[in-house]
Design a protein around this ligand. Sequence first.
Ligand SMILES: Cc1ncc(COP(=O)(O)O)c(C=O)c1O
Length: 501
Amino acid sequence: MARLGLEKSIVDKDTYERTLKRLGEGGVVLPTLAQLRDPSTVPAAIRSRLASVEPDAAHPLNLFRVHWFNDASRTGLAAVPGHLVLPSDLTGVPARIVVALGDRFPMIHAHKVLAAYGCLVPRVVTGQFDPTRHRAVWPSTGNYCRGGVAISRILGCRGVAVLPENMSKERFDWLERWVQTSSDIVRTPGSESNVKEIYDACAAMDRDPANIIFNQFCEFGNYLVHRTVTGAALERLYRATAEGRPASRLFAFVSASGSAGTLAAGDHLKEKLGARIVAVEAAECPTLLWNGFGEHNIQGIGDKHVPFIHNVMNTDVVAAVSDRATDTLFALFNTEVGRRYLVERHGLGAELVASLGHLGLSGLCNVLASIKTAKYFDLGPDDVIVTVATDGSAMYGSELEKTLRVHFRNRFDAVAAGETWGRSLAAVATDNLLELTHAERKRIFNLGYFTWVEQQGVTLPEFNARASQSFWDGLLSLVPAWDAMIGEFNARSGGAAAAGA
Ligand SMILES: Cc1ncc(COP(=O)(O)O)c(C=O)c1O
């Protein structure tokens, strides 16, 4: 099952031909990664047709919206990715914390649809996935599988979501609307950190050759799409926020890790701007930090293993945030009482306070880890931390009900708001943060052995190769190769002509 997705030539010609026909008939044009990196390069004919396509429809042209530059209406293009710059009055630190917003992505309101596309498209153009015969299986904790199911639907094939049964109700509601049959939602035992159970379900499904498993935790398409597409978008975002500030520097990229795909943007930001890379997890499941394990509710991250595509030896800091802090902060930011408290007590602008709804649980975790990083490194007003909010609050309405019940006995009043501000925000400290030495990087790198070599059948040379930065940099040559194959695929399928491009 540990297919790594590193091919750059056609593996199966018959599969390729059948896929060409299917996608051509469906008018599906595949965007190149270069187009997703800079969507202003998408052909004008496609962009003008896209203007009338609803961003949440299962429409082939929505593949051209799988990028960071959707404007607030999600129908047009913005010059700079949607973002929030969090003021010191909120964060308590002078450094500027810039949060890129994932909820502008099409169909699923989360950037994980980009990861799904990054894993799928190399398989399509190398003839390894046949939408006429295969089922696409998307193991995930909820957003990646929604992205995969959305793209499967566009391709006209079966998409199967494999996710833990205790993920948010909103994820399951969305899936019920999008899958072909309810049996395409496979519920595995446990919650967020039970990825081993997901792997076991996938291993069983993998025995059926009709199932193709798109394992985001070891597909290098996930790494590459984030290093190139997300990395370039965040570079653009940083440069825009640094305009007119000559002393500005990008100190760090902070990202909570699920598959570690998003963290790959850090490799780009380090290369271009010297940013440090901060990997974040839940304090209740401190795997990178302390080889630890446990249950938590920061949905999408902290899966109790080291993903194969995590470039551990290039990671500079590991930080952990408690799910109690993210759950309670979510209540502060998403209730009437909480918002009033933020405006009246702390003088925050009503517009800023309303925009905090763009932060889902892992986005809040990223913000808290950014504050932690700023405090640990004593950052000043010229320092910038860039981070992401993978999804927004829309995915967690049912979690809010739970939080209000469990943490506040259904009484979230001004006192509770004040307590939450004090405990979950103002009290953020430099605990649960490790600046990695070479020895600590090696400890985390070695921890991955047990998942990948012992459980998942990766060979030792494949595993060890990832210790060297030349391995990761070498992967970049796949991007132009895949883009050329995508171009050829579109030309041959006739999809490009059908789309008027
Ligand atoms: C809400 C949320 N946040 C964060 C992540 C982690 O992103 P990545 O898998 O790129 O590490 C995920 C992944 O599914 C997610 O769904």
